[in-house]
Ligand binder design. Structure first.
Ligand SMILES: [Zn+2]
Length: 361
């Protein structure tokens, strides 16, 4: 951290102490040199004099400096659920600021005052992915940005994004992004998509797939409109009707969707091959981890992916999902407990949740 940034951070912390800001609890502690005690920012005890105050990133650091925990605000008893998220989000910010460095679990643990093992578990519980996966998402986001900016130099972009080798990146693009950088830039150019439409208990469903996974599952009233939507999403892809008989993999995916819709398979896990931004990908990955029949609010999803202020963006990411069921955006509702919107009608959303709940019994 540059010294002026450090100065600003110290001033911000002091202001938090002055207003006894409980929201900052867990982000840091302050020690009072004259009493030898350290406190949470929100401690109700008398405000110390500025010149006697020192700030620490964690209780562990304060104790290493010879201070003891205040008996009133118990800053060392801070493993509680309420504060862990704040500290994990602070770590997300830290990873964002240090995206070009290899930050270790030990370093993160030290900042949060947790052992590497405990840190890993807490981070995963709050954010939904491990610190390493989060850092990879960030690198991917930077990579995609540089591809967009400079489409001639993919190799340069890969090295800018901190990847040690081409093959390692392509491996990740395959499993996580679905589409390769070339395909991503080209609006699906060079990608072959086969589609088929089928009547289901919740209406007409069109399924589009590449040889690697589902890229389109949508409901509608007629096949022509659905096909138009598919072409709109992948303007440069080669789109054609599924051959008969369909390839074995497609047959299995179709069977999976049908079993799910018949209430025989509540937990649907099918390969997905989509175009997505890093943010959409984070949201969609998280949705796939919400157990069948359960729901989370947009806000909860935003918090889980480490972007607590992004609940509107989460709602947009849900609304822009092209692969119904396999990316279960129907498991996200409004914070008030209302169903919220659904791209394919709120009646369908309710029906899908009902289906999952009765299948799970
Ligand atoms: Zn205190």
């Amino acid at each position: 951290m540059k010294s002026e940034d450090a100065g600003q951070q110290m001033e911000a912390r002091w202001q938090a102490v002055l207003r006894k800001d409980g929201a900052q609890d867990g982000a840091f502690v302050y020690g009072v040199l004259t009493t030898g005690v350290y406190c949470r920012p929100g401690c109700a005890s008398r405000t110390p004099r500025r010149e006697n105050v020192r700030f620490f990133n964690s209780p562990a650091e304060a104790e290493a400096a010879g201070l003891r925990a205040c008996k009133r605000c118990k800053p060392d008893a801070c493993q509680g659920r309420a504060e862990a998220p704040d500290r994990m989000w602070a770590l997300c910010r830290y990873l964002e600021e240090h995206a070009d460095e290899a930050v270790t679990l030990e370093q993160l643990g030290e900042r949060a005052g947790l052992s590497p093992h405990h840190l890993q578990r807490t981070f995963k519980r709050v954010v939904g992915v491990s610190p390493k996966q989060y850092a990879e998402h960030l690198r991917m986001e930077r990579f995609k940005l540089s591809v967009k900016r400079n489409s001639k130099d993919v190799t340069g972009a890969i090295f800018d994004a901190g990847y040690s080798s081409l093959s390692r990146l392509y491996e990740k693009v395959d499993t996580r992004l679905g589409m390769t950088p070339m395909e991503y830039r080209g609006g699906g150019a060079g990608v072959e998509i086969s589609y088929a439409a089928e009547m289901t208990p919740v209406g007409l469903m069109m399924v589009g797939a590449t040889d690697r996974g589902l890229c389109f599952v949508q409901f509608g009233d007629d096949a022509d409109t659905l096909l138009g939507e598919l072409r709109k999403q992948y303007p440069k892809a080669e789109v054609h009707a599924m051959a008969k008989p369909a390839p074995a993999a497609f047959g299995e995916w179709m069977a999976g969707l049908n079993e799910y819709l018949a209430g025989q398979r509540p937990d649907l896990r099918l390969p997905v091959h989509v175009r997505a931004t890093a943010f959409q990908l984070m949201v969609w990955n998280h949705l796939q981890r919400i157990p069948a029949g359960e729901v989370q609010s947009y806000q909860e999803v935003a918090q889980a992916i480490g972007q607590p202020r992004a609940s509107r963006a989460v709602a947009r990411a849900c609304a822009s999902n092209n692969v119904a069921l396999a990316i279960p955006c129907h498991r996200v509702i409004r914070g008030t407990g209302e169903m919220g919107g659904y791209r394919w009608g709120v009646g369908r959303k309710r029906a899908l949740l009902h289906l999952e709940r009765s299948a799970g019994q």
